[in-house]
Design a binder for this molecule. Structure first.
Ligand code: ADP
Ligand code: MG
Length: 566
């Protein structure tokens, strides 16, 4: 293998040459304690920065295997290292003078959630790999390799040693990180055994600092479970932890405006992920198949069987194989429910703030005036119990303005000055005094999920496929923008980038004209869980900038991809 000396020589030699001479640096170089690989070199100083990775052998990195053998701990350690590495990299405030992205050193920015990312990978033998981007410096289009030498030789070696070698890390801190992951995993495993859909520990801080910051709000009211719902879980490291156990079934969250209902629901939505220490939601753990359901006017729907909720449309449209390019509030929400069922969810999370009213309820007077037979919509309220009894899908629903769900809920919480109160008994009594017309609906047929993906002619093996991620909002694949703004449980733009490559991968390798969408997504998920994201990155190197999405969001992405033919 070439060594750092070879690289230094090469860089010195190409100084002042034209930018393309940087291409010669591609390759791996042995540095002291690690291998530096220049995986891809940018074509010019204004293009996307070059891809560089660092590989520290297990022996040198020196992490005890107990810290990375189990998946959840490995993910937590990877996350820890990438944050540590990014913090070190930030101290690199030297700005290479030069054109375009000269001297830019960029490492994934992690938010509050702990996600698997291509930015850091720990192999089972303990090898640590960190991937980043570096803008190779130039003046105009003339190579300024002296600045790159500063980055690769003066700065990076220290950065690697300080952040990727166990010996230089704070061991207690690393241990604490692993213990938190273990405790979080333990709660996840306990949820079904305790018959719970979610757990919110006492003392949790749910609200965020602001609309643009996901850090915990300072001086927030800490969460406290009502006594009647309190459960205590004996965690392997933390010991006994008490909090609110939300039982499987139907849970209604009510309360005056601004009392913290949506904040609680939002925390539950993101409880599918583990959160970092200090977040305030470390011990808010939700069934990790949970799906937020909302109205999404304008989305496209392909072959969804929404007949459970919508029938006899006045235009005679088929609702067993429902298709539209521009769904209404109610049809989009119906499709979101059915598609969530297709992903195998155990829990739906709904906020009345973002729901279509006509999908959620029909009030009594309306029922009297407009006969059921002339109403195409069977509202969610008439199916919510069936979803639980037939499909074992629980619902947690925020409803501040309609009391109709009092009749259906197993548990009713009132948020009062940001604290939950169990008002089930009282609300049930009141509801008893206000009976609803007894007009039971017929149970629905099991929705059909048999949606075959037509073998795709969008593009072929060697086509250049353009992928672009637009923040948390959408992915662009060739000319189509897949709108994911309302897929609210996507936590990070790197997950959207992954969805982009998954859409491409599935079209090239999985869709064969025979598989159903569900079979195809299952196959993708199998590949992801056995081989990780790197398995779907085409090309001869693995880039940074990709984070693992859940099966539910992969489905959601395909469901919104208009070019997909079902
Ligand atoms: P609702 O859905 O009941 O109308 P929200 O959940 O939107 O209320 O909360 C209203 C406001 O109160 C938000 O600005 C939120 O940040 C703040 N808030 C929520 N929970 C807390 C809390 N525990 N402590 C302090 N402020 C909170
Ligand atoms: Mg609200």
């Amino acid at each position: 293998m070439k060594t750092f000396k070879d690289l230094r020589e090469l860089l010195t030699r190409i100084d002042h040459k034209g930018y393309p001479a940087y291409k010669d640096t591609r390759g791996s170089y042995q540095f002291e304690g690690y291998i530096l690989s220049i995986d891809h070199v940018q074509g010019d100083p204004f293009a996307a920065p070059s891809k560089v990775s660092i590989q520290v052998p297990g022996k040198t990195a020196g992490f005890p295997s107990d810290l990375f053998q189990e998946k959840h701990k490995r993910t937590a350690l990877q996350d820890y290292l990438i944050r540590k590495f990014a913090r070190e990299a930030e101290t690199f405030n030297f700005k290479a003078k030069g054109s375009g992205k000269s001297g830019l050193l960029s490492v994934s920015r992690c938010g509050q959630e702990i996600l698997e990312r291509t930015a850091c990978e720990i192999r089972l033998d303990g090898t640590v790999i960190v991937r980043m981007e570096i803008g190779f410096p130039a003046n105009g289009r003339t190579i300024n390799s002296r600045e790159l030498i500063k980055i690769l030789f003066d700065f990076l070696p220290g950065c690697v040693k300080k952040s990727l070698f166990y010996a230089s890390l704070n061991k207690a801190d690393v241990q604490k990180n692993a213990e938190l992951a273990e405790d979080q995993q333990y709660i996840r495993e306990q949820l079904p055994k305790l018959g719970l859909a979610a757990f919110v520990a006492n003392g949790s801080i749910l609200p965020r600092e602001s609309g643009v910051s996901n850090r915990p709000m300072k001086q927030a009211v800490a969460f406290q479970s009502p006594k009647s719902m309190e459960v205590s879980i004996d965690l392997p490291n933390y010991g006994k932890i008490a909090g609110m156990g939300i039982k499987q079934g139907i849970t209604l969250i009510v309360g005056g405006g601004y009392h913290g209902k949506s904040t609680l629901l939002k925390a539950l939505e993101l409880g599918i992920y583990n959160h970092i220490s200090g977040d305030g939601r470390e011990y808010v753990i939700t069934d990790d198949t949970a799906v937020k359901i909302r109205a999404e006017d304008g989305r496209s729907i392909k072959q969804s069987d929404i007949s459970m909720f919508i029938n006899n449309l006045p235009n005679g449209k088929d609702t067993v194989h429902f298709c539209t390019q521009d769904a209404s509030g109610s049809t989009s929400q119906a499709a979101n429910v059915i598609e969530a069922m297709e992903t195998g969810t155990n829990l739906m999370l709904i906020d009345e703030d973002t729901s279509a009213t006509n999908f959620m309820i029909r009030d009594e007077l309306m029922q009297r005036v407009v006969n059921r037979n002339s109403e195409p919509i069977t509202p969610f309220i008439d199916r919510v119990q069936e979803l639980f009894s037939q499909y074992h899908i629980s619902t947690i629903l925020v409803a501040g303005s309609s009391g109709s769900y009092f009749h259906k809920a197993d548990c009713i919480l009132q948020m009062d000055h940001y604290l939950p109160k169990d008002i089930t008994e009282f609300a049930k009594q009141e509801a008893y005094a206000f009976p609803i017309p007894n007009d039971p609906v017929k149970p629905s047929d099991i929705p059909s999920f048999h949606r075959i993906v037509k073998s795709d002619i969008n593009f072929k093996k060697n086509d250049r496929i353009k992928l672009k991620t637009q923040g948390r909002d959408s992915v662009l694949i060739n000319k189509e923008t897949i709108d994911l703004r309302y897929v609210e449980q996507l936590a990070d733009s790197e997950q959207l980038s992954s969805l982009g490559i998954l859409v491409k991968y599935a079209q090239l390798h999985i869709f064969d004209g025979k598989k159903t969408l569900s079979e195809a997504v299952e196959e993708l998920c199998r590949i992801l869980s056995t081989k990780g994201l790197s398995a779907v990155c085409e090309g001869n190197y693995i880039p940074s900038g990709f984070a693992m999405p859940r099966k539910q969001e992969i489905f959601a992405c395909f469901n919104r991809y208009r070019s997909l033919k079902l």
